[in-house]
Write a protein that binds this ligand. Structure first.
Ligand SMILES: [Zn+2]
Ligand SMILES: [Zn+2]
Length: 256
């Protein structure tokens, strides 16, 4: 099986009026999103969600500093699009989003499968669990220059994708989208695409500082001339080889 996210592709369409669309973002069944985290006075202020790393479930070769930096960047990308901010917490037990590395069967009904295959999974709102397969060779560097493993997986790319699930996005059928379900080894794919942003903003509204036009412009230019694919470095051959689409059947709110 090609390396991919463990969240099932089954999902509900964005809305009945969008049923004609063939390639698009999607939500989990019932369209859950985070409600808590706002200050509750209804004045539209930014909602704040906390996240923490499991003190017990880590991988020894990744430094805490690198892991924190990578996740900070991944959270910031979503924050830029929606009025939700993320704050790291030292209190794992009470944090909204709980991040950890696990091996094989780890008690949530969705065993990890060793090298490649399923890379990670996350639960839909407001569960907050984000799990990474400890059997992967995770790379937290800015590029793969110093990484020798042919099966290295980019932590930032997977973190960005899984945070999308934590917030309520299911898998997109748009190949370029961060929420597409598979990722090749040694591939970096961290920039939100128009499809990702439209999906998440339909759930949470827009960050007032977000400029959709600049995103559209950069995406259009990259589509037309094949350069400027910010955050995506791949050969189409490699992508086609690894892109897979195994659907883990029937799971909607279990380990999604
Ligand atoms: Zn996924
Ligand atoms: Zn899990």
């Amino acid at each position: 099986m090609s390396p991919r996210c463990g969240v099932a592709d089954s999902s509900s369409p964005p809305s009945p009026s969008k049923l004609h669309a063939t390639k698009r973002f999607a939500y989990f069944y019932g369209r859950p999103r985070w409600q808590r985290g706002s200050d509750g006075d209804g004045d539209g202020e930014t909602m704040t969600l906390t996240y923490a790393f499991s003190p017990d479930h880590r991988v020894g070769y990744l430094s805490a500093k690198d892991v924190r930096r990578v996740f900070r960047r991944a959270f910031d990308r979503w924050s830029a699009a929606i009025p939700v901010s993320f704050r790291e917490s030292e209190e794992y037990g009470s944090s909204d989003i709980k991040i950890g590395w696990y091996r094989g069967d780890h008690g949530d009904g969705e065993a990890f499968d060793g090298v490649l295959g399923v890379l990670a999974h996350a639960f839909s709102p407001e569960n907050g669990r984000l799990h990474l397969d400890a059997a992967e060779t995770w790379a937290a560097a800015d590029d793969f220059d110093g990484v020798t493993s042919r099966v290295a997986v980019d932590l930032e790319s997977v973190a960005t994708h899984e945070i999308g699930h934590v917030l309520g996005l299911a898998h997109s059928s748009v190949k370029e989208a961060v929420m597409y379900p598979s990722l090749s080894p040694r591939m970096k794919k961290v920039e939100l695409k128009v499809d990702d942003v439209e999906g998440i903003q339909a759930l949470y509204g827009s960050n007032p500082n977000f400029k959709f036009n600049s995103l559209l412009a950069s995406e259009n230019s990259s589509n037309s001339n094949g350069v400027g694919m910010t955050g995506i470095r791949r050969s189409s051959a490699a992508w086609n080889h690894f892109a897979l689409l195994v659907c883990l059947s029937g799971m909607l709110l279990s380990c999604i």
